[in-house]
Design a protein around this ligand. Structure first.
Ligand SMILES: [Zn+2]
Ligand SMILES: [Zn+2]
Length: 138
């Protein structure tokens, strides 16, 4: 069981997983929402337990996805595509990421000009659909 929370604690969550390795998204929407780029793990949505939703607000980020953030501290916590059964979770909000690693960077053609991509990772101009949540056990 992993736990996590936003900066102020008005959103807390936990999940037994399985937890996806971390994918960084460099698309413009992610960069504007987070202030840099979005690095997220993910769990099957049915396995995500929101243990405190006092500050949680969802908004429609595009015609295919919603995002969840904390109204108390502004933390970018969750990203969920309408057609997918998993929820991406901002890696910085997860308490213990020692067994997760960043494996892929996506939408690299929209990345900011001021930083390099990480060496040794898979780079893609689209979104990775390799992980669907329900297929993986650990
Ligand atoms: Zn908060
Ligand atoms: Zn993105």
């Amino acid at each position: 069981m992993k736990t996590g929370h936003c900066s102020c604690g008005q959103v807390t969550f936990q999940s037994e997983g399985p937890w996806r390795d971390i994918i960084s998204c460099h698309c413009e929407e992610c960069r504007r929402t987070t202030g840099h780029f979005w690095a997220a793990t993910a769990v099957p949505t049915e396995k995500l337990e929101i243990t405190n939703n006092a500050g949680l607000k969802w908004f429609r980020a595009s015609d295919f996805a919603t995002r969840g953030f904390c109204t108390g501290c502004g933390a970018s916590l969750f990203f969920r595509m309408d057609e997918k059964d998993y929820t991406a979770i901002g890696a910085g909000c997860v308490d213990d990421t020692s067994d997760l690693k960043m494996v892929e960077e996506v939408f690299i053609h929209e990345k900011g000009d001021y930083y390099p991509l990480s060496e040794g990772l898979t780079h893609s101009e689209g979104f990775s659909y390799a992980w669907k949540g329900e297929d993986e056990t650990q």
